[in-house]
Design a protein around this ligand. Sequence first.
Ligand code: C5P
Length: 237
Amino acid sequence: MIVSSKPAPVAVALDAPDLETAARWAALVTPHVSTVKIGLELYLRYGPQVVATVRGASGVSVFLDLKLHDIPATVAGASRAVARLRPDVLTVHAAGGPDVIRAAVEAAPGTMVAAVTVLTSLNDEALSRVGMSGPVPEAVIRLSTLAVEAGARGLVCSPREVAAVRSAVGPDVTLITPGVRPAGTESHDQARVATPEEALRAGADLLVIGRPITAAPDPGAAAAAIAASLRRLGTPA
Ligand code: C5P
C-alpha cells in the first residue's frame, strides 16, 4: 500500500482478545497512524513478546499503557524491566507522587514517561471518596503540574481538560487524550467524548482511539479515514 503522507497522530488501542488479533490490527493500521497502544490486559496475558509482535517490522511507535502505581523503587524496577523493550511511551499514575514519576523517568531514559492524571472513570464524588480533593478539573491541573515538575514529558487527560492542561504546562509537554470519537460513531462506555478534530484543536498531540477503529469492519480503512480527516484539518498529520 502506498501512503504518501506522514502517519496521523493517533494511538490505536489494541484492546484485543488475543495476540493474533492484536498483530493483525497493528498491521492494518500502521500505514496510517503513528502509534499503537498495548494495554494491561494484553501485556499481562502475553508478556514482553507482545511488544515485538505488534511492532513487527513497521517501526510504528509503541505506547505501553501499564499505568504503573507503586513505591518509587518498585516503579523504577518495573520501568527498567520494560525499558529493554524500547517502548516509545510508558504510563505511570501521577497520583503516585513526584518521586514515583522521577523514578520512572530515570529508569527508562529512552522512553517518554506519560503521567495519567485523573482516570476518566472517576467523577467528583468518586474522587472525594478516595480522599483526593477535587473537583476533577482542579485535580487534573494539580497532578499535571506535579508530574511535569518531576520530569514527565507526557500527560494523559480527557479531551475536555486538554486546553486547561496546555495552559498550565506550556507547549513542550505531549498531551495524550483518550475518549475520542469521530462524529457519528458510537461512544461505547466513554462518558465524556470529543471528536478527533476537537481534541487536536484543544491542544492534544496524540489521540487514543480504540473501538471506532478496531471494531470497524475494516480497521485499516477506518484508520485511513480518520487520518484523512485530520489532514483536511490542516494538522501536521
Ligand atoms: O475503544 P476506546 O477508544 O474507548 O479505547 C480507549 C483506550 O484508552 C482504552 O485502551 C482505554 O483503556 C484507554 N483509556 C481511556 N481513558 C483513560 C485512560 C486510558 O479510555 N482515562
